[in-house]
Design a protein around this ligand. Structure first.
Ligand code: FE
Length: 174
């Protein structure tokens, strides 16, 4: 994990003005501020680890590619962590599609890069899939994570560093 952030953490977060590492740390800090359980704080920290693992670079959406980073991340997180960590992370793209279907104001609040990737990810969730998503065991955690994800793009924000999460990551790991 530290190696992944070391290798790719300085890359810009796809189309945004913060790095992958800044984005991860801000998402984790927001989870912590809301009193989320340790598993969900770790999920917030590592939800985009797939971006660092797929190696396709930071401008893939501009090139019309959906790197399916939630899938690459799931292989990694599913190996090292319980479902309470890996599932909210795996579902964070579905949660975005879900929120777009449920809440028109949510779509308006997305950054341009996030709107571009939404199209590549299949757009708003079709009406017929919404109930099944909501009924899923980790849907509410995925939606919480998604809201932190969307806010974790602030330039120059001061947040705790990776070391602050090391104990928690080890504690919740398998
Ligand atoms: Fe993210």
């Amino acid at each position: 994990m530290v190696a992944a952030f070391g290798a790719g953490g300085g890359d810009l977060y796809v189309g945004e003005a913060v790095t992958q590492l800044e984005h991860a740390l801000q998402a984790a800090a927001l989870a912590e501020q809301e009193g989320a359980p340790d598993e969900l704080v770790v999920a917030a920290l590592l939800h985009d680890i797939g971006h660092l693992l797929h190696g396709l670079g930071e401008d893939i959406a501009d090139r019309g590619i959906d790197g399916r980073h939630e899938i690459a991340g799931d292989v990694f997180l599913g190996h090292w962590f319980p479902a309470s960590v890996s599932e909210p992370a795996r579902l964070h793209v579905a949660a975005k599609r879900y929120l777009c279907a449920k809440d028109p104001a949510y779509l308006d609040g997305l950054s341009p890069a996030s709107r571009l990737s939404l199209e590549l990810q299949g757009g708003a969730m079709p009406e017929g899939e919404v109930a099944a998503f909501e009924a899923g065991p980790h849907a509410s955690e995925a939606v919480r994570l998604r809201r932190w994800d969307d806010r974790a793009k602030e330039v120059g924000l001061s947040v705790p560093d990776l070391d602050a999460y090391a104990d928690r990551v080890l504690r919740v790991a398998r």
